[in-house]
Design a protein around this ligand. Structure first.
Ligand code: NDP
Length: 287
């Protein structure tokens, strides 16, 4: 290719966005692969999404990540959706090919990879999911597409939980049930994988944990958390005390960033470097 002084632009639209570390790991990966790409953290307020999408097209940006509060609203501006994004009804990454916008949801795929990397096969398993927000939707849909047998959705807001259960039962092959989470709940002993998909425990509220009866967590369960800061969440600490294997949210974060890297550049992401960059960013190797 002829030398180009123009960088390919990617980035993230969100609000809040300042604390999001994705740019650090993507930029490290671009540098390692010798790619002239820039990843920009762009604050886009709630009412400005359409203008931002038009701006992205005008700047010929290669793509963008969408985070809070844009993941659902952005769908109306896209030309095409992946299967998972269409089912979830939310998009966290867009590829711009000459003005044609394709949206995917790589949150759930990043989660699945972190689980598989830990040696866990989800096919035919029973999964209990705490929460019914964006992460819960992405993860439960991806679990269903990967052949999970049964999914239990636990949520405080009944409508949101029941809507997700309906989606899973009518549009995927998995069977799903709803548990109204109005008090400390017991985890059903048939659960193989217990997944915290709530924001409980997220920094700076690291002293909080989801309201479950922890003595119903069994050593046979694999317990996962979407929380990546602190990766050693109280939820996972309690599960480990009961003998369960645990998987933190760092893998999900890095894996979805790696998937996005590949979708934008066509080049395999340097995943190990992305992991070590993130750990360094969070000061995790200094203890
Ligand atoms: P949403 O706001 O869409 O959903 C939050 C969920 O948490 C809802 O189901 C909500 O329940 C539930 N919740 C909030 N507070 C409580 C509580 N005190 N007790 C029980 N449930 C509660 O957020 P997202 O799904 O987008 O994000 C959730 C978390 O996942 C965030 O911490 C985010 O940082 C993390 N995340 C991590 C990723 C990674 O790569 N590791 C990727 C994406 C997200 P209700 O509806 O009843 O209010």
């Amino acid at each position: 290719m002829e030398k180009s002084y123009r960088a390919e632009l990617v980035g993230a639209f969100g609000c809040p966005i300042d604390e999001n570390p994705t740019g650090v790991i993507e930029e490290a990966a671009f540098a390692a692969k010798g790619l002239n790409y820039r990843y920009l953290m762009i604050k886009v307020n709630d009412g400005d999404l359409e203008a931002a999408i038009n701006g992205m097209k005008a700047f010929n940006m290669r793509g963008i990540n969408c985070t809070i509060p844009h993941k659902v609203k952005v769908v109306q501006y896209l030309d095409e959706l992946s299967e998972a994004a269409a089912l979830v009804g939310a998009v966290n990454m867009i590829v711009n090919t000459d003005g044609h916008l394709w949206g995917d949801n790589t949150d759930g795929k990043g989660y699945m990879k972190s689980v598989r990397d830990a040696g866990v096969d989800v096919a035919g398993k029973n999964v209990t999911i705490l929460g019914a927000g964006g992460a819960a939707r992405a993860i439960s849909v991806e679990c269903a597409l990967a052949g999970v047998k049964h999914i239990t959705i636990c949520n405080i807001v009944r409508e949101q939980g029941e809507e997700l259960v309906e989606l899973l039962n009518t549009r995927t092959n998995a069977k799903a049930d709803f548990v109204f989470w109005d008090k400390a709940i017991d985890i059903d002993p048939s659960t193989d994988i217990l997944s915290n998909c709530t924001s409980v425990g997220l920094y700076p509220n690291c002293d909080q944990k989801p309201n479950i009866n922890y003595d119903t967590v069994l050593p046979s369960m694999v317990v996962t958390d979407v929380i990546f800061n602190d990766p050693n969440s109280l939820f996972l600490q309690e599960a480990r005390k009961r003998g369960a294997m645990t998987i933190n949210g760092l893998g999900m974060l890095v894996n979805q960033a790696a998937l996005n890297f590949k979708l934008w550049t066509g080049v395999d992401a340097p995943v190990e470097l992305m992991v070590s960059t993130l750990r360094k960013e969070f000061g995790l190797d200094e203890e």
